[in-house]
Design a protein around this ligand. Structure first.
Ligand code: IMP
Ligand code: MG
Length: 421
């Protein structure tokens, strides 16, 4: 396999975890390049369910080397917990490499995340409260701590002391409880000692692998419209979730990338606040009643809506999507008439891109095309030709509207429920 960037083409939770797992079979290395433990990638293997937050899903396949790149923000205590949980499930975690330049998430980031959400009141973002925004904030302000600091005991102690002191003043002013330096230091020192063997220069590691002709899968977290630059700001996460983030977050140059895979659900979901033009109570109630669409990280019910081709076209442009993977097709198995948003109406204007003005986006009314549902289970289909004709028509329309090549369809969580075109 060539070097491949995989991105979420909607608002996150597109089912990337499963597609990454399937594509990993053909890659030598898998790299996370942005985000932190706000992500939740669910992979089913046999009857076992694995939920990964920081570690690339590639860890579930033996001999695949997995990298947490420089662009990721790492909560070391959470990472240690994730490693322990994988070991408990019988997964070997010796092929994990963590960038020494990756920034740390510290307890004051989580506290600030929470406090800022409270201050925002009804305008809250609906974050995962994992401290992601404040951690990237420190990175951009050049006041962050990195993995390389964590594994250097003396340096870490001195830097952490200053940071706790500074952030305690802010927390007190916000009416929150200050943190105990001793307690945070102790927990992070333990985590640092446990993570030390994994910490390395991942840029060199990746380039040496490429020189040997190995192929790399760059696994995106979150989705295009949660991108800090291209998403529905301010209702976004704090990293570049789009294809460009794979380069800056790993140290691999753009011209070394061979293919961009966009993953999208056959409908739309979103967790957290912010506009979702095609949101529909009808489809949300149906999916939740099926036990689907509850968040992997926070357990929150996801908001649901019809497929939005305005959004998918926009995502195709920003990411340069070559190949399209459509997931959760089976979620629509019982829908008599399926709607697809083909443009937006805002007053008298028609829009066929996502406007940057969040207030304008909130006013956009979807213009729908309708497709007859196939009203039969697709979960046992193994080939394109086995899919109901109406499902094939629907999928062809999604690819055409998105202007990308449909290469994969997923009809259930299992590895075997994957149709390659
Ligand atoms: P944060 O990344 O925790 O700051 O949250 C910012 C926004 O991104 C919120 O709307 C979250 O619900 C959303 N978000 C963050 N990570 C994910 C994810 O992995 N899947 C889906 N939504 C996410
Ligand atoms: Mg998720």
């Amino acid at each position: 396999m060539a070097n491949t960037i995989l991105v979420g083409a909607q608002w996150g939770d597109e089912g990337k975890g499963k597609i990454i797992d399937v594509l990993t079979a053909k890659a030598d290395m898998v790299v996370r390049t942005q985000g932190g433990n706000n992500a939740g990638h669910t992979v089913f293997i046999g009857r076992r369910k694995y939920v990964l937050h920081l570690i690339p899903s590639g860890i579930l396949r033996v001999r695949k080397r997995c990298v947490i790149g420089n662009g990721v923000v790492v909560d070391p205590v959470s990472l240690v917990g994730e490693i322990a949980e994988l070991k408990r499930l019988g997964v070997r975690v010796k092929n994990l490499f963590v960038s020494e330049s990756a920034h740390l998430v510290l307890p004051y980031h989580r506290e600030l995340d929470e406090q800022r959400e409270i201050l925002k009141g009804t305008n809250k973002i609906g974050t995962t409260k994992r401290g992601i925004g404040p951690a990237y904030g420190d990175k951009a302000a050049r006041t962050g701590l990195r993995m390389i600091d964590l594994i250097n005991a003396d340096r870490f102690e001195a830097l952490l002391r200053c940071k706790i002191q500074e952030n305690n003043e802010i927390l007190k002013a916000l009416g929150a409880k200050p943190l105990s330096f001793a307690r945070v230091h102790a927990a992070y020192r333990v985590a640092g000692d446990q993570l030390k063997p994994f910490v390395t220069n991942t840029v060199v590691l990746l380039h040496e692998a490429m020189r040997r002709g190995q192929s790399i899968l760059f696994e995106g977290a979150q989705g295009t419209f949660l991108d800090i630059d291209h998403g529905t700001y301010p209702f976004v996460t704090s990293s570049n979730t789009t294809a460009g983030g794979a380069c800056t977050g790993s140290g691999v140059a753009p011209h070394r990338m061979d293919c961009v895979v966009g993953v999208m659900k056959a409908y739309t979901t979103r967790v957290g606040e912010g506009p979702l033009p095609t949101e529909s109570a009808e489809i949300a109630d149906m999916l939740h009643a099926m036990g689907r669409e509850f968040g992997a990280t926070t357990g929150r019910p996801r908001r649901c809506g019809w497929f939005d081709a305005v959004a998918s076209r926009h995502a195709a442009i920003i990411n340069g999507i070559d190949d399209l993977s459509v997931t959760n097709l089976d979620g629509l198995d019982n829908v008599p008439t399926i709607k697809v948003c083909i443009s937006y109406r805002a007053g008298l204007a028609r829009l066929d891109y996502i406007p940057a003005d969040i207030e304008l986006l909130a006013k956009c009314e979807p213009v729908y095309a309708e497709f007859p549902g196939w009203m039969t289970s697709t979960t046992r289909c193994k080939k394109w030709s086995q899919l109901p004709a109406k499902a094939r028509t629907y999928l062809r329309a999604l690819a055409e509207l998105t202007a990308a090549r449909l290469t994969l369809v997923s009809v259930g969580p299992a590895r075997a429920q994957t149709i390659f075109l």
